[in-house]
Design a protein around this ligand. Structure first.
Ligand code: NAI
Length: 829
């Protein structure tokens, strides 16, 4: 047969290799040895070690890269610190110009970037050229825009400062862009450490920063393995760590940064479900699976690695998948006709092999195409497991390779249950021709991203990040900016060398020491004109109105809508301003917290209730608090000795309840403009069960200011009131009782704050914890939260003026009460 007729017969692709020469020449220019980029200069420390970075498709070394040690990490952080004030002061417009210049440079060098990336990482050139690098440029353009808009759109936000960024090897340049672009846009400077397998494109990026004229020290790139990463994490002068990588290392970082005051965002592993309903278009589904698990060799944190298919179509889908797998091409990443490239490194290949072996050993059926992979280099064939039990290793562990498991379900409810049967929650995709079904299922999936009839699509305008043990924080979208700013008032309060005159009026820090320090003379008396604090006992149905001492009363705990005795059987006396004992409260313990968490879980209907319904309840709470205003103020005054402050505290608490009720049906989310045929719905969803540990200051106002927004947005709360002055909170449950708050939505456990906070932080069924107490308490909370990677919001003992509308009632509370889920809904035929 002639060559041409043979080609027509077999329809085989010939090799179409992209040339490696420009990238190899770039490396050769540097003598195949690369230094570090610190303070705008290339540094090669005389005593530093080197390690080799190799091409996984051939096993051949590409270059030697520097292992940065303590001295280099110090130098990089110092350079970033020096550069940060100037970078922030340059203003949004100047930063926008630099980010725009970087985007242009990325585009100008796009071929070099993609070839270098494919050489170093093993990913097919089609992916690095058509997906990774264009998305990198898109990220810088998009965030050039956010830099320009920062002052107008985030007027209450300040940069965090110096950010340490640690990224993985699966999308080396893309992860760099996801980290650096928003950080720079918001006025931060960065020290970035790429993964040891894939340092090269980060170093090329450093070169283009210099070419774009970026001021020295704004971007620093240091290379090295996990030890270098750990040094960066532990560096005392770093204000934030942004990490993408394994859940194990994420957990280590959570523990290592506990109590340090470093802001933290973690984008970790996943075991994302890929749900196929029986009305799905199966041919599209098959291509979807290719994109879900064979994109980037399956080394994708959000890879659709668990296919869940409705029973009736399972066999048909398996047959179609096998047929498609036969046609996939594995081989030289620089070949433009290759679908699957090389696994990043031998150690990763071994890991995949080992997990596949375990899958077979545990009884699942493994299937691979009939062809064989190239014998040299790190290659692994596309692999499908069927007959998989939901609890088996291959169904639970992130394999991070081209291996997918398939399980079946009968009903949509079962599908959701199976999908959520994982500790992760990064992404999910849903395949169905019924928009009703898909949009019904999407909100029920515990995942930060849900793709409907598509998968593994990303864009700078849409936030990406996890639920549960897939980490917290978002990258991309307006929601992603929050990771790189902090409230302006906090920056002022924390600033060691700002004089009070420079501070914004009304934001002076106040001691968080249990005293109510609100100035007198501003009797804002919402809804309760002219009320005066009642004297102790007055208006208290247990008190005596005829001069006799009040009946001794111990406030119980409030769990599941009931007043219950503490498990310990003990109570703790509460002293008033004059040193007299005002009453006793129950001494809660671990068991009480566990009961409260259980009660909160049972109140899940609250989360499903409409914002309107929740608003009605909160307005009613406000109304009933207003009706008891005098009594409440009396209680506060008895504890603090300050009548006027007590009245004001009650009034402000009523106002906060109104504000929370107001937000209940207005914290809307957004439709992101992603440049595909999609509407991308950014929906804020409640965390679930949230522990709230209140400060001693403002015992009623702080309690209400924190609990009300959390509940308004659909969370159920276990609150630990002020340890020193808990009676206002325990009185408050009588208000809750009369206001139609469903049982279990708000639970109140009094007692030793630090101990109760620690139990909440370590509890695996608690989804988030807010802590407004001491630095030591915050440290414990952050450390113990690492178990299930719950979302934390802690004050590190920093003074917060609860009477201030921003500090006590700002959007911060709403942001921390929710996490954004992005749902991608395609349109068009
Ligand atoms: P890894 O989590 O160890 O590495 C990610 C980054 O963290 C690298 O830059 C590494 O140098 C750095 N690092 C390692 N130890 C550190 C420490 N103690 N402190 C600070 N930084 C540290 O991931 P690895 O070992 O490369 O891959 C192992 C598994 O992790 C994979 O098989 C996969 O399951 C998962 N993984 C998940 C990723 C994701 O995007 N979700 C990315 C990479 C890996």
């Amino acid at each position: 047969m002639s060559t041409i007729s043979r080609i027509f017969e077999t329809l085989e692709y010939g090799p179409a290799p992209e040339s490696a020469s420009p990238a190899l020449a770039w490396l050769a220019e540097k003598g195949n040895a690369l230094g570090l980029f610190i303070g705008g200069e290339w540094v090669t420390p005389p005593d530093a070690g080197f390690f080799e970075t190799a091409n996984p498709a051939t096993g051949k070394p590409l270059a030697r890269v520097t292992q940065a040690g303590q001295g280099e990490v110090d130098a990089a952080v110092r350079a970033a610190r020096l550069a940060q004030p100037g970078w922030a002061a340059a203003g949004g417009h100047a930063r926008a110009r630099y980010l725009y210049a970087i985007a242009r440079q990325v585009q100008r060098n796009s071929r070099l970037f993609s070839v270098l990336e494919s050489l170093d990482n093993g990913k097919p050139i089609r992916e690095s050229r058509d997906i990774d690098v264009p998305l990198v440029a898109r990220h810088f353009y998009h965030h050039a825009g956010w830099a320009q808009l920062m002052d107008a759109e985030l007027p209450d936000s300040a940069p965090v400062g110096v950010v340490g960024q640690i990224i993985p090897w699966n999308f080396p340049l893309l992860m760099l862009a996801w980290k650096i672009a928003p950080a720079l846009a918001m006025g931060n400077t960065v020290v970035l450490k790429p993964a040891e397998f894939t340092s090269l494109t980060a170093l090329l990026f450093a070169e283009i920063c210099a070419a774009a004229g970026l001021p020295a020290g704004v971007v620093n790139v240091i290379t090295g393995d996990g030890r270098t990463g750990a040094l960066l994490v532990e560096h005392p002068d770093v204000d934030k760590i942004a990490f993408t990588g394994s859940t194990d290392v994420g957990r280590l970082i959570r523990v290592a940064t506990a109590g340090s005051g470093k802001k933290l965002s973690l984008e970790l592993g996943g075991k994302s479900p890929f749900l196929v309903f029986e009305d799905a278009d199966l041919d599209s589904v098959v291509e979807g699976v290719v994109d879900a698990i064979w994109f980037n060799q399956g080394q994708v944190c959000c890879a659709g690695s668990r296919i869940l298919v409705q029973e009736g179509i399972a066999d048909r889908l398996i047959a179609k998948l096998r047929a498609r797998m036969e046609t996939l091409r594995v081989g030289d990443p620089l070949d433009k006709a290759v679908d699957i490239g090389a696994i990043v490194a031998p150690v990763q290949l071994d890991r995949i092999r080992e997990l596949v072996r375990q899958g077979q050993e545990e009884g699942a059926t493994m299937w691979q195409p009939s062809w064989t992979c190239p014998a040299e280099g790190c290659f692994f064939p596309p692999t499908l497991f069927t007959n998989v039990s939901p609890s088996s290793t291959v169904a639970q562990v992130e394999i991070f390779g081209p291996v997918v498991v398939l399980m079946s379900f009968r009903t949509p409810e079962e599908a959701v249950e199976l999908a959520n049967n994982t500790r992760y929650g990064l992404a999910a995709s849903v395949w169905s021709e019924s928009v009703n079904l898909a949009l019904d299922v999407a909100p029920k999936l515990a995942a930060g991203t849900v793709w409907i009839n598509c998968t593994n699509v990303f864009d700078a305008a849409a936030g990406f990040g996890g639920y549960r043990e897939s980490g917290f924080g978002r990258e991309g979208g307006r929601e992603g900016l929050r990771e790189y700013v902090r409230p302006k008032w906090e920056a002022v309060a924390a600033g060691p060398d700002r004089s009070p005159a420079e501070r914004t009026p009304g934001t002076e820090p106040k001691p968080d020491d249990g005293s109510t320090t609100q100035p007198h003379g501003d009797p804002l008396r919402t809804g309760v004109p002219g009320h005066a604090p009642a004297k102790p006992g007055e208006g208290d149905r247990h008190g005596d109105r005829h001069g006799l001492p009040p009946i001794d009363r111990t406030a119980k705990l409030y769990i599941g809508g009931k007043q219950v005795r503490p498990d310990s059987g003990y109570s703790t006396p509460v002293s008033g301003a004059a040193g007299t004992t005002l009453g006793d409260v129950g001494t809660g313990n671990r068991k009480d917290i566990r009961n409260a968490v259980e009660a909160a879980h049972k109140a899940a209907a609250w989360t499903r209730a409409t914002g309107h319904a929740r608003a009605q309840v909160l307005f009613y709470v406000a109304e009933n608090l207003a009706a008891r205003a005098a009594e409440m103020a009396g209680r506060l005054a008895a504890m603090s000795g300050d009548d006027a402050a007590a009245v004001r505290e009650v009034d402000l608490s009523i106002e906060r309840l109104y504000a929370a009720a107001a937000w209940a049906d207005k914290w809307d989310g957004a439709v992101h403009h992603t440049p595909f045929r999609n509407v991308t719905l950014a929906m804020p969803e409640p965390l679930g069960v949230v522990g709230i540990v209140c400060p001693d200051a403002y015992p009623l106002l702080a309690f209400v200011s924190a609990v009300a927004p959390a509940v308004a947005l659909g969370n159920r709360v276990v609150a630990v009131p002020s340890e020193r002055a808990p009676l206002a909170a325990t009185d408050f449950y009588q208000v809750l009782d009369t206001s139609d708050v469903p049982a279990g939505v708000v639970n109140i456990v009094t007692g030793p704050s630090a101990e109760l906070a620690a139990v909440l932080a370590a509890h695996d069924d608690v989804d988030g914890i807010w802590h407004f107490g001491s630095l030591a308490g915050a440290t414990d909370v952050e450390r113990l939260s690492a178990g299930n990677m719950k979302r934390t919001w802690v004050g590190y003992g920093r003074a917060r003026d609860w009477a201030d509308p921003v500090q006590g009632g700002g959007r911060e509370f709403l942001e921390h009460a929710t996490q954004v889920k992005n749902i991608w809904v395609p349109y068009g035929e």
